[in-house]
Design a protein around this ligand. Structure first.
Ligand SMILES: Cc1cc2nc3c(=O)[nH]c(=O)nc-3n(C[C@H](O)[C@H](O)[C@H](O)COP(=O)(O)OP(=O)(O)OC[C@H]3O[C@@H](n4cnc5c(N)ncnc54)[C@H](O)[C@@H]3O)c2cc1C
Ligand code: SF4
Length: 495
């Protein structure tokens, strides 16, 4: 059953397990636990938005699918952080790229934090479950072809990406939800199995506190949200001896801290990574029509050498291409901005995203919000500048006639050699991959949660989402979050 909280006729539900959040991490645990016979209730702060309701309009879909309608930022408002809500979490609107955490990063985690999940076996299972495959070369749109052409002209390493889509018609609307139900995501692949096995998914129900006493979990106190205003309109109580928090790398530490969950390691909410990213937009003589087709199908990995701890750590891919999204990326105001947007069909954009070292913090803000502090440290700022310079060079190599970089105002470059003089200021930043805010580790003295997902310091409490990574992973996270969910779900059922 999937039900909106407002339609519930009871104010208390009893369950064996309450899962908080239904993204890749939460849906997987709900599915595994329900199929093992547990009575599962999953709370989701967002609504149920079915493919039939995804009308491809940014103005309608961003408020329905994204926290703060896509306007969530760090506390100093310097970095935009996109995160999703809705049954299925951020996987509803994400771009379906699937990559494994490199073996070198897994090995570093084992050395620093003790044994972890059996990643490769989990990846094999999850890739089969989500039908992960190479993007068909026939699906590479002009925007992505230009990235490949620019990289080839420079002799830079690049290649096709892998994704979890079946039946994709290349409409290009992934970022506002797939009306064609081609994304093999949590909503399509996991939630129906969880529901079939008896799980109740309660949408528009936001957990406010984890109730605990005597060293163990007792349940969850939540609020019912109005679907339009997203303001509380009532309360809801789940009595459950087991709680799995999967509210994302921002929502999870905020909830744990608000609930005063004990953590002698003092690691909860203190090591957030986000893969901060810069953007450069190129204007081309030809019409690129970047909004048509699979948005991201080619990557440039020339500056992503994660096996070398001191190597470059920047990943370059095409950036999003819908009108409002592009308008917020393109620099300038008034007539200057309009002049750039008139060339919209001729624009291409690249994003350079880094494997970050900076540790940000997450704290609760009131009963429903999160406060994110993240100021890139000097080494990360230098890496971002190198990544931006590379993206600009790539655009020129692909044939751009001029390149624009949002940096407070606009930086305009008309030649590749201008990167040395014109890119001295820090560019605007955004992020779509929050993670590592409650890092797992074997030792309770240095970690709040173990590598099984079980909390070290509160009985009955489990975690399953991107919070658990010990560090940044340098690659898109969803595949690894699905894999963690499978691992945590099984450990929880067996415990
Ligand atoms: C624009 C964009 C594009 C992306 N593209 C890719 C990509 O191509 N490949 C990739 O690997 N990754 C991508 N990602 C990232 C990926 O989607 C996330 O890393 C992944 O979804 C994280 O899973 P999660 O379960 O940790 O959290 P989420 O998917 O964010 O799910 C958490 C859920 O918990 C809910 N929640 C939060 N607080 C509460 C509460 N208190 N009570 C109840 N519910 C709550 C939220 O509403 C949300 O639904 C993208 C992200 C964005 C924003
Ligand atoms: S490009 Fe494919 S996956 Fe994306 S919205 Fe269109 S049909 Fe769906």
């Amino acid at each position: 059953m999937i039900i909106s909280a407002a339609d519930l006729t009871v104010s208390t539900i009893k369950a064996d397990l309450c899962v908080i959040g239904t993204g890749p991490g939460g849906s997987m645990v709900a599915m595994v636990a329900a199929e093992a016979g547990l009575r599962v209730v999953a709370l989701e702060a967002g609504a149920l938005v079915t493919p039939g309701e995804m009308n491809q309009r940014e103005a309608d879909m961003f408020p329905r699918l994204l926290w703060d309608a896509g306007g969530r930022t760090t506390m100093d408002k310097a970095i935009r952080i996109h995160q999703g809500h809705g049954v299925g979490g951020s996987a509803l609107h994400n771009l379906n790229l699937c990559k494994r955490i490199p073996a070198s990063i897994q090995a570093r985690w084992r050395a620093d934090r003790g044994d972890g999940p059996p990643w490769e076996a989990l990846y094999d299972e999850v890739e089969a479950l989500l039908e992960v495959k190479d993007v068909d070369s026939g699906m590479v749109n002009r925007h992505n072809q230009l990235l490949a052409a620019g990289a080839a002209a420079l002799g830079w390493e690049h290649g096709l990406l892998r994704h979890n889509r079946t039946g994709c018609i290349g409409s290009g609307y992934c970022e506002v939800g797939c009306a064609f139900d081609a994304k093999n995501n949590a909503l399509k692949m996991l939630v129906p199995r969880a529901v079939k096995a008896g799980a109740a998914i309660v949408a528009l129900a936001q957990a406010v506190r984890i109730d605990h006493s005597g060293g163990r979990v007792r349940g969850v106190d939540a609020v019912r949200l109005d679907p339009h205003t997203r303001q509380p309109v009532g309360t809801l109580r789940i009595d459950a001896p087991l709680v799995c928090v999967s509210a994302s790398a921002t929502g999870t530490p905020a909830l744990l801290l608000r609930s005063r969950v004990p953590d002698p390691s003092e690691t909860t909410g203190n090591s957030l990574r986000i893969h901060p990213a810069v953007v450069a937009a190129g204007e081309f003589a030809e019409a690129v029509h970047a909004w048509r087709g699979v948005p991201q199908s080619v990557e440039c990995t020339e500056f992503l050498k994660l096996d070398d701890e001191d190597g470059p750590r920047t990943w370059i891919v095409p950036a999003f291409a819908h009108p409002v999204g592009v308008a917020t990326l393109v620099p300038g105001l008034g007539e200057a901005h309009r002049a750039v947007m008139r060339h919209y069909p001729h624009l291409g954009a690249l994003t350079a995203m880094i494997h970050d070292q900076t540790r940000g913090t997450v704290r609760p803000r009131g009963d429903l919000g999160v406060a994110i502090d993240y100021v890139p440290e000097a080494e990360d700022r230098a890496e971002l500048r190198r990544g931006l310079a590379a993206a600009v060079r790539l655009l020129f190599a692909a044939g751009a006639t001029r390149v624009l970089v949002p940096a407070g105002g606009a930086i305009e470059l008309s030649r590749p050699d201008e990167v040395a003089t014109k890119l001295s200021v820090d560019a605007d930043l955004s992020a779509v991959h929050p993670m590592a805010s409650v890092p797992m580790g074997v030792d309770p003295k240095t970690a709040a949660v173990g590598p099984t997902g079980k909390h070290h310091h509160l009985d009955g409490l489990w975690l399953s989402d991107a919070s658990l990574f010990p560090t940044s992973i340098g690659v898109p996270p969803q595949l690894s979050v699905y894999a963690l969910g499978l691992h945590v779900g099984r450990q929880l059922v067996e415990a």
